[in-house]
Design a protein around this ligand. Structure first.
Ligand SMILES: Nc1nc2c(c(=O)[nH]1)N[C@H]1C(S)=C(S)[C@@H](COP(=O)(O)OP(=O)(O)OC[C@H]3O[C@@H](n4cnc5c(=O)[nH]c(N)nc54)[C@H](O)[C@@H]3O)O[C@H]1N2
Ligand SMILES: Nc1nc2c(c(=O)[nH]1)N[C@H]1C(S)=C(S)[C@@H](COP(=O)(O)OP(=O)(O)OC[C@H]3O[C@@H](n4cnc5c(=O)[nH]c(N)nc54)[C@H](O)[C@@H]3O)O[C@H]1N2
Ligand SMILES: [Mo]
Length: 748
């Protein structure tokens, strides 16, 4: 039974450090690994390498975060046993939970699986390379460039991302995309549409001078714990935090920052105002706050007229929306909207942050635009200490984007690539992530290459994703550990290549934080014999496919200094990276953050956007379901089956407000069947969870992705992972108990 905690962080976090240290072979060993000069492996708020892996970009030594310990200890685990792939058939691997797959050990030998075989077989590196290179060059019938796709997760370095991206283009396709299409793509598109640039408008220091921070649609206590000391410090100085979230997240109410004795003993209050809209109600709520600000005459008319386009249109639209409609479409009444508006109007330096509760909707881009509108109303962008901050997920997802890992290259990158290398790049339209899976299903694609990640596990509609990947002739993935994709997302032939983690790389690499700061990973010694560096793998394949006599000498790209020289020439703002191998000097990217109200749009003005308010999804006998992370997982990798902060045991559960349990005639703990338009899950334990807004429900990703339809935001192509319409009824079979996997999981 898990103990319900009343505060985030605190003693459990400290205790956890010691238990993880035991797994890693002792506190000293773990401490040394954590102190190595490598950028943190988890979220993009993580720490740079320059100061010994644990200081942020201002050189301040912050928290040891549980996430980074988990990721580090996972990389420090022993190798997959030599007879592992002989012992466990694919059918058995399919019955493993995500946690069991992850803890099977580090991958050290390449393996291959052929459709119809029961087992993965080891394959030598040479044979694996020959097979991949052969498929792309001499196969009959041939595989053409546009029959291939290239997926990137956000864990890899800038160098690996850049190298693979240009290889795919020179090979001849723009089917190049990254996990951002399932994550913050709506932030990039929405910020781009209003501000002219798709990343944070502030640096870390600005955040520390804010006196009001909005946390919208995210749970940083669990997913970005290092943000919590900033919030605590700000509250101590008299600042405020406004949280907008359908769930009251324990750690956003109270958080005990382990490095601060007072906070550790007594906890620190985080939220000043906590508002619970319905899932998907943010656009209406944010519009309501904007309307109220104008009614209170708390907006900055001069700023709006001087530095923004379309202010008259927005003003007229805000006046047209009526309060009843706003309430119906958000679930938030005028009194709560007034509470937010009052705090906002009183603050001087305001930072707006948001995460997946905003982007995972069919109108994610509009949600982000509404946040930007609200900030601009009071001139909270284009000056120091205030602005917009999408809280990024993966540690280098932003860098992977900067390196040009998008179907359509930015014009400047395209031109510079052509002129610097004398290349002729493809101009065909490239496919985004979801479009690749759909094209695979139509048998239009034959070959897939995944630089890290878990493409199967991160997809909506798992049944469909499995079928689509099954149509590919060859799927190659570069991974450190096993995940559900290796068991379920199998192509006709599937190759897994084991790679080194960033702190095991023989050469230094770089990563970009969500504050547009380029960080060092100095590498280290390999923990296992067998895995290769991502860069070596990519360069070997590229040189085998394209040869070395052309415009790019791929062999020479095994040296990260050569890659960085190319990055400096090709990617705007990255000039300083050319000398990085020598100086190891971390740096702030130019041209991303703006402290003056001159926006990188064609006329230098921010572009306010006008929106219709969407109706809340779902009918009277349905529930709106959000699919979320627990405190004990990192994306599709599950470290623990319990969710400490929410006090939930097991992962095959649906969290429901007691009112909804009653509405559907369910008892707490009862086995239920949850159905959506794409799938159903049986034996899901109905869990009483008073902290969720009635009418809404939550389940854990990735297990529940079978229920998530492929409905996506047309502007960002991000699936609506947080807005799944489901029905619920008791399961007739008896609820099955299974050790370790929580209540409700099928017995295998
Ligand atoms: N521990 C841990 N840390 C992580 C990760 C992890 O898996 N585990 N993943 C990393 C990655 S890639 C990412 S993208 C981030 C994700 O970080 P988050 O976005 O914080 O994570 P989620 O669990 O997807 O989203 C959860 C929050 O959104 C709220 N929410 C859901 N729907 C809505 C809505 O309609 N409106 C509003 N306002 N809120 C809503 C939920 O109640 C929940 O608190 O975390 C990164 N860090
Ligand atoms: N229903 C639902 N679905 C979602 C979401 C949701 O909230 N709900 N969230 C979405 C989001 S925000 C994201 S970002 C995606 C996540 O999508 P991905 O990024 O594709 O998935 P991860 O689970 O982070 O990938 C984990 C794997 O990365 C590998 N790995 C770890 N470190 C390294 C490394 O250094 N190099 C290499 N090559 N491999 C490494 C490990 O083998 C591990 O198994 O999922 C999306 N899917
Ligand atoms: Mo993400």
């Amino acid at each position: 039974m898990v103990r319900r905690v009343q505060t985030g962080g605190g003693w459990p976090a400290v205790k956890y450090t010691f238990s993880k240290a035991r797994e890693a072979g002792g506190l000293w060993k773990l401490w040394k690994a954590m102190r190595s000069k490598n950028a943190c492996k988890t979220c993009a708020l993580g720490m740079g390498g320059q100061m010994g892996g644990m200081a942020n970009e201002r050189g301040v030594f912050p928290e040891v975060c549980k996430k980074s310990l988990q990721a580090m200890v996972a990389d420090m685990q022993g190798a997959v046993k030599p007879d592992f792939f002989k012992t466990y058939s694919v059918a058995q691997l399919q019955a493993f939970t995500p946690r069991e797959l992850e803890t099977s050990g580090r991958l050290t030998v390449p393996v291959i699986h052929r459709q119809g075989d029961n087992y993965y077989q080891p394959i030598s590196w040479d044979d694996a390379f020959a097979k991949i290179i052969g498929k792309l060059t001499t196969a009959t019938p041939p595989v053409t460039p546009n029959e291939t796709f290239w997926y990137f997760s956000g864990r890899s370095s800038n160098e690996a991302g850049f190298l693979l991206q240009i290889f795919a283009r020179v090979f001849g396709t723009n089917n190049v995309n990254n996990c951002s299409f399932y994550c913050h793509q709506a932030s990039g598109v929405g910020l781009g549409s209003v501000m002219g640039t798709g990343t944070a408008s502030i640096v870390l220091e600005d955040l520390e001078h804010a006196d009001l921070i909005f946390i919208i649609g995210g749970n940083p206590a669990s997913n970005h714990p290092r943000l919590m000391s900033t919030l605590k410090n700000m509250r101590r100085k008299g600042g405020h935090v406004i949280v907008i979230n359908p769930i009251i997240e324990t750690g956003l109410v109270n958080f005990s920052v382990p490095s601060d004795p007072l906070s550790l003993m007594f906890g620190s209050r985080i939220a000043s105002v906590y508002v619970q809209p319905h899932i998907g109600g943010d656009l209406a709520l944010l519009t309501g706050v904007a309307k109220r600000i104008v009614e209170m005459n708390a907006h900055d008319e001069t700023f709006l007229e001087k530095h923004c386009d379309h202010w008259p249109a927005l003003k007229a639209q805000l006046a047209r929306h009526d309060w009843d409609d706003i309430y119906r479409k958000s679930g938030v009444d005028v009194a709560a909207i007034q509470a937010i508006a009052t705090r906002y109007a009183a603050a001087e330096n305001v930072v707006f942050t948001w995460t997946m509760g905003i982007t995972h909707h069919t109108y994610g881009v509009e949600n982000v635009e509404a946040i930007a509108n609200l900030a601009l109303l009071r001139g909270m962008a284009g000056r120091p200490n205030a602005g917009l901050l999408p809280i990024r997920g993966h540690s280098n997802v932003q860098g992977i984007g900067s390196m040009g890992v998008t179907p359509k290259l930015k014009e400047a990158i395209f031109d510079r690539l052509q002129s610097h290398f004398g290349l002729q790049l493809p101009v065909t339209e490239g496919l985004d992530t979801l479009a690749c899976i759909e094209a695979a299903d139509r048998r239009e694609l034959k070959f897939g290459f995944c630089l890290g990640g878990n493409l199967y596990g991160s997809n909506p509609d798992s049944t469909f994703a499995k079928r689509a990947l099954g149509e590919l002739e060859l799927l190659v993935s570069l991974n450190t550990t096993l995940n559900t994709g290796h068991a379920h997302g199998l192509a006709k032939e599937t190759i897994i290549l084991p790679v080194l983690a960033r702190d095991e790389e023989p050469q230094s690499t770089t990563q970009e934080s969500m504050f547009n700061y380029i960080r060092l990973s100095d590498g280290g010694s390999a923990r296992h014999v067998g895995p290769k560096s991502e860069i070596e793998v990519i360069a070997t394949i590229a040189s085998g496919v394209l040869g070395n006599g052309g415009p790019i000498d791929w062999e020479s790209m095994k040296n990260t200094n050569r890659i960085r020289e190319a990055i400096a020439k090709v990617i705007p703002g990255f000039d300083k990276i050319a000398q990085f191998g020598e100086t190891k000097q971390e740096f702030q990217l130019d041209g991303r953050t703006f402290h003056t109200p001159h926006f990188p749009t064609p006329n230098g003005k921010a572009q306010l956007r006008v929106h219709e308010l969407p109706r809340l999804a779902g009918g009277p006998n349905e529930l709106r379901l959000m699919t979320i992370r627990s405190e004990g997982q990192f994306n599709t990798v599950v470290y623990e089956d319990y969710d400490l902060y929410r006090g939930v045991e097991g992962r095959f559960v649906i969290l429901l407000h007691p009112d909804d349990l009653e509405r559907f005639g369910l008892q707490p703990g009862q086995a239920t069947t949850v159905r959506s338009s794409t799938g159903e899950m049986t034996n899901i334990a109905a869990t009483s969870f008073p902290k969720i807004r009635p009418g809404n429900a939550a389940m854990y990703y990735p297990e529940c992705n079978i229920l998530v339809p492929r409905t996506s935001d047309p502007r960002s192509r991000t699936p609506a992972f947080k807005s799944v319409i489901v029905t619920i009824e008791p399961t007739r079979q008896k609820l099955l108990q299974r050790e370790g996997n929580g209540v409700g999981a099928p017995i295998r």
